[in-house]
Design a protein around this ligand. Structure first.
Ligand SMILES: Nc1ncnc2c1ncn2[C@@H]1O[C@H](COP(=O)(O)OP(=O)(O)OP(=O)(O)O)[C@@H](O)[C@H]1O
Length: 538
């Protein structure tokens, strides 16, 4: 389903429109010029790639001209909201009441959040907001904001657009969600943590209808520096210093701790969901996109496989129960990438989630290749090991992470050539093994074998110190550029969609019972209908 959000200049124009939004596009030239000049993404190669389907709005401005243009604002507006593959249920709310003065005041409170506000104030906001869901506006967003055609980001659930506060002229980010339980949950959980200085602030939220489809329009503070993945790639994925990574993790970890203390798991922590206030040194990092956040009822562990495979812990891929420790694994992956420029787990065949990659994630097989990791302190590598533990109950918690020297900004043990610390295995191929726990295997799987192959080889490779450099590391050694994180992410996004829709079902081969004398196999077949073939996000 595609929605058409056309834009207006004056408050209240065409307010009788049944779509809830004006049908004329008359966004002012002044605003558009400002937009062009102030948009930090517009001239970056990445911004061009991301917004290639969008165009800068013609300053001649009439709706007719614009519609005639090949890449017209109308087409951009049409694709504004949601992608066609979205399959969420639509729950029409009965209540269309205007906001009470009290909720309006509350909304203003949210809107004026100072990014530098103290934990104490955040605590107050938290207590206050715990008792309320976000006060939704029911009037048209165009009464308060000029919605621009500028795309500032593209995600799974659609595009994030720029919009401008009509009173202040402030630039903000607009995310449009199709109304439904999932969108409500995203907004409500985001709102619960809205007061934290390292969480992207929701400023306003509207319930508007486009062509009889209810949408939630979430207006958030605009993070000028864009997302951290883009920022990282814009400097050629050059590894960040430990000091810088410590600072990023200190800020994002603070938000994660806030969530975890409220028993909320974010479940989609990745560099794209870490937003940056600027591209400069004084950048404030904030957590965004609560699309998969979940707050379990009565301590029920979360079961749906919603993390991006790239960042996904083994228990998610294994359909086992998982909880907030999922976020810790993802933080470990993010730290790893920032410190070396490539991910710990990826498919050498460019697949989103190959059997080989899945297997390496499940077993915690990754490496600290010397070239990139010799300059990283042992203490930091140990932190990553603790975050990437395959057993969630043994994984480092957010409170433990926040207490590490890296995050506290204390002096870590001196950075030097690799030391052979007890229990850490080194091979002679320039690789320090990421795992070192006696209970875990110390070898790399042959890359990207299919599942069956892995089953056959599992015993052979178990508990064997690798005598050859893993292919993924050779790949880097050979001077081949590390995989483009963005291109991998696109693939991962597609696989993730499959996983979310339950398409990643387990296939049980049907045995020929007529010739099968194996009672176990026969029993497995008879009880196959009892197994859960796929798990859906609730
Ligand atoms: N407040 C903001 N300020 C600046 N850029 C933003 C903001 N919110 C989102 N973006 C940009 O838009 C992109 C997509 O946003 P977001 O992650 O919220 O969408 P999504 O559809 O939920 O994505 P996904 O589920 O794929 O992570 C971000 O990676 C970022 O580049």
């Amino acid at each position: 389903m595609i929605f058409d959000l056309t834009l207006e200049d004056e408050p209240g124009e065409d307010s009788n429109s049944s779509s809830g939004i004006s049908s004329n596009y008359t966004n002012s030239a002044k605003t558009r010029d400002e937009e062009i000049n102030s948009n930090p993404f517009r001239f970056t190669p990445d911004a061009i790639r991301r917004s290639h389907s969008a165009s800068v709005v013609s300053s001649s401005g009439s709706a007719k001209d614009l519609e005639a243009a090949a890449e017209s604002p109308t087409s951009v507006q049409k694709s504004l909201c949601l992608n066609a593959t979205s399959a969420l249920e639509i729950a029409i709310s009965d209540s269309d009441d205007e906001l009470s003065p009290a909720t309006q005041r509350k909304l203003c409170l949210c809107a004026s959040q100072n990014p530098k506000q103290t934990q104490e104030a955040a605590q107050r906001t938290r207590l206050d907001s715990q008792n309320h869901s976000f006060p939704y506006h029911t009037h048209q967003i165009t009464e308060d904001y000029t919605v621009s055609s500028e795309i500032i980001g593209i995600g799974e659930s659609g595009k994030v657009m720029a919009c401008y506060n009509k009173k202040t002229g402030d630039k903000l980010a607009l995310k449009v969600l199709r109304d439904g339980p999932k969108a409500r949950r995203e907004v409500d959980l985001h709102y619960l943590t809205n007061g934290h200085e390292n969480v992207v602030s929701i400023v306003d939220i509207y319930e508007n209808t486009f062509h009889d489809v209810k949408c939630l329009l979430m207006v958030c503070e605009f993070m000028e520096g864009g997302d951290l993945l883009t920022q990282f790639e814009n400097q050629s994925s050059k590894p960040y210093t430990e000091e810088k990574v410590g600072e990023i993790i200190r800020q994002i970890g603070s938000a994660v701790m806030y969530l975890h203390d409220m028993n909320i798991a974010h479940r989609d922590i990745k560099l794209e969901n870490i937003l940056c206030s600027t591209t400069g040194e004084d950048c404030v990092y904030k957590l965004g996109d609560y699309g998969f956040a979940k707050r379990p009822e009565r301590n029920v562990l979360m079961e749906s496989p919603c993390c991006t495979p790239f960042y996904a812990p083994p228990e998610v891929l294994g359909r086992e129960r998982y909880d907030k420790s999922c976020d810790m694994w993802s933080l470990g992956v993010a730290m790893y990438i920032l410190l070396c420029g490539y991910p710990p787990f990826y498919s050498m065949k460019g697949l989103a989630l190959s059997p080989g990659m899945r297997s390496r994630i499940a077993k915690g097989y990754y490496a600290f290749p010397h070239a990139e990791w010799d300059s990283v302190s042992q203490a930091t590598k140990e932190d990553i090991r603790c975050l990437l533990r395959t057993n969630p109950s043994e994984r480092m918690t957010i409170h433990e992470l926040m207490n590490t020297p890296l995050v506290r900004g204390e002096d870590a043990p001196p950075t030097s050539a690799p030391l052979a610390i007890p229990g850490e295995e080194m091979d002679d191929g320039g690789v320090s093994i990421g795992i070192r726990r006696p209970s875990e295997t110390l070898s790399f799987m042959p890359d990207d074998h299919d599942e069956e192959d892995l089953m056959h080889h599992a015993d052979e490779v178990h508990d064997k110190i690798p005598d050859e450099i893993p292919k993924s590391v050779r790949f880097l050694r050979d001077g081949v550029k590390a995989p483009r994180l963005h291109s991998i992410q696109e693939e991962v996004g597609r696989a993730l969609e499959m996983m979310r829709m339950g398409g990643d079902a387990v296939y049980v081969k049907q045995p020929n019972l007529a010739v099968c004398s194996n009672p176990l196999l026969a029993k497995r077949y008879k009880t196959a209908h009892m197994s859960i073939s796929s798990v859906h996000c609730s």
